[in-house]
Design a protein around this ligand. Structure first.
Ligand code: GEK
Length: 251
């Protein structure tokens, strides 16, 4: 069956369409190839969040500062930040530890006609040097970082963020109430079904992600961000079990 939402020229995600041996999900070349289709059909709200990252960056990027997109994949959020920065004198760095993603990301950045240079780094975001930051984005990346390493990363970002600067943090979350967890998970699966994924694809992908994507509650995120040194945390977007937060450092 062809996907009605498929955009011309975009490779269709059929990675879990046939029975496959269990194995952890990895951001390898086969995932990078179908990534735009995969993320759009799997993450409710993704197509709204990307243009809003541009709006938020436009609001908070400060001349003379650095902006970072951590876990940039193919650069959708990086490009949104680039356009949000506009003609301000800021640097923009995208980081991803998947070589396959960075390789394709370079291509997408080159196709975009905005003049702001983008530095791409293929490295673990836990090793990325961050300083003098006005806008940092983690658009569905922290969820893949080992839970015991998340606090140190948040503290490093908060320490590096200038007064009045922000962290845009988008995550799949889990709910404190089991009943809500069940309803929101069901709705997410319905979203995937509506986007053309079969039950087999949904269940195989779910198993593959189980050990790699560890969601936390909103309370856990808020508490960690505040402890790290941000002064305000607000949810600016939610669709089912996917949210985007804005963590703000007081001016
Ligand atoms: C977008 N932000 O399109 N260090 C560096 N990169 C990492 C790490 C790590 N420790 N862990 C995971 N990644 C993008 C989408 S996808 C979200 C982000 C998803 C990278 C990983 O290689 C992948 O490219 C990205 O984080 C997560 O707005 O697939 O649900």
């Amino acid at each position: 069956m062809s996907d009605p939402n498929k955009k011309p020229g975009q490779a269709l995600d059929r990675l879990y369409a046939s029975e496959r041996e269990s194995g952890e999900f990895r951001f390898d070349a086969s995932v990078a190839r179908v990534f735009p289709d995969m993320i759009r059909r799997s993450v409710p709200g993704y197509t709204t969040i990307i243009p809003m990252i541009e709006v938020i960056t436009e609001q908070y990027a400060r001349p003379g500062s650095h902006c970072y997109d951590l876990g940039c994949s193919l650069g959708a959020s990086t490009l949104a930040m680039r356009h949000g920065i506009g003609d301000r004198d800021c640097s923009l760095t995208g980081v991803d530890n998947s070589a396959a993603m960075i390789e394709r990301c370079e291509h997408y950045i080159a196709l975009d006609d905005h003049p702001l240079p983008v530095t791409l780094r293929c490295e673990d975001i836990l090793d990325t040097f961050i300083d003098n930051a006005s806008v940092t984005t983690l658009n569905f990346t922290l969820q893949f970082v080992a839970p015991e390493r998340r606090a140190e990363l948040m503290t490093r970002i908060a320490d590096a963020t200038l007064p009045g600067g922000v962290l845009i943090l988008s995550e799949k979350i889990r709910f404190e109430s089991d009943a809500e967890q069940a309803i929101q998970t069901q709705l997410h699966h319905e979203f995937k079904r509506a986007n053309g994924y079969s039950d087999l694809e949904i269940s195989q992908k779910r198993s593959a992600l189980e050990q790699v994507l560890i969601p936390e509650t909103l309370t856990e995120h808020r508490q960690r961000l505040m402890k790290a040194g941000f002064n305000q945390v607000l949810v600016w977007y939610q669709c089912f079990n996917f949210v985007s937060m804005l963590a703000i450092k007081s001016p």
